[in-house]
Design a protein around this ligand. Structure first.
Ligand SMILES: [Zn+2]
Length: 197
């Protein structure tokens, strides 16, 4: 809907805009279970923490946050009218405080403004849905890669543990050798004390 009416300084108009509320939904990837299972090429199942419902580097929550847009209309008083001369003709801009009021978003009645806001809300909600759909497909395609990283990390840690166990055994052997040497020297010291005495 387009409002072509020209307004004057000091006029009160209904400004249409889309507000929003934040709502929580069950995670569409792990369905609140916090983990997801992936079947590898050799049919081996791998369980991974869900990264779709894990904000930043934190743990999965099983829930996601979505914005729900809602139509709003507010009464505003025009306190500035800017007329811009452009190649396409004259463009009128209205202002209320620091808020710029687009001519196609201001109306004489609240009903008209809400009708316009309803259209804005539909567009915003569609954008939000599309954004989530994209994130979801992107995340799903990342799962095998995540599994690869986790498995690789597990292999590296297994190898490291093996190396540490090997080193520990070596240290154990060395400790025993040192103990033996210590015993030998203790014996010698004892003999030396006996001879001296
Ligand atoms: Zn999840």
């Amino acid at each position: 809907m387009k409002s072509d009416k020209k307004y004057a300084l000091g006029d009160s108009v209904w400004h249409a805009f889309s507000g929003y509320v934040e709502r929580e939904e069950v995670c569409p990837v792990c369905y609140g279970k916090l983990t997801v299972k992936l079947i590898l090429g050799n049919d081996e199942p791998v369980t991974l923490p869900c990264s779709f419902c894990a904000p930043g580097y934190s743990s999965p929550t099983g829930k996601i946050k979505k914005l729900q847009y809602v139509e709003e209309a507010a009464l505003k008083k025009i306190d500035a009218v800017n007329i811009l001369q452009t190649e396409e003709g004259e463009i009128i801009e209205y202002q209320s405080g620091t808020l710029l009021l687009r001519p196609d978003r201001i109306f004489e009645t609240k009903e008209e403004a809400l009708l316009c806001a309803g259209k804005l809300v539909d567009e915003e909600n569609m954008k939000e849905e599309n954004k989530h759909k994209f994130l979801l497909s992107d995340k799903k395609s990342m799962l095998p890669w995540n599994a690869g990283c986790f498995l690789q990390e597990a292999e590296i840690n297994k190898a490291k543990a093996k190396l540490h166990r090997k080193k520990a055994r070596q240290h154990e052997r060395e400790a025993k050798q040192h103990e033996k040497k210590a015993d030998k020297y203790a014996e010698k010291a004892q003999l030396f004390r006996i001879q001296k005495g």
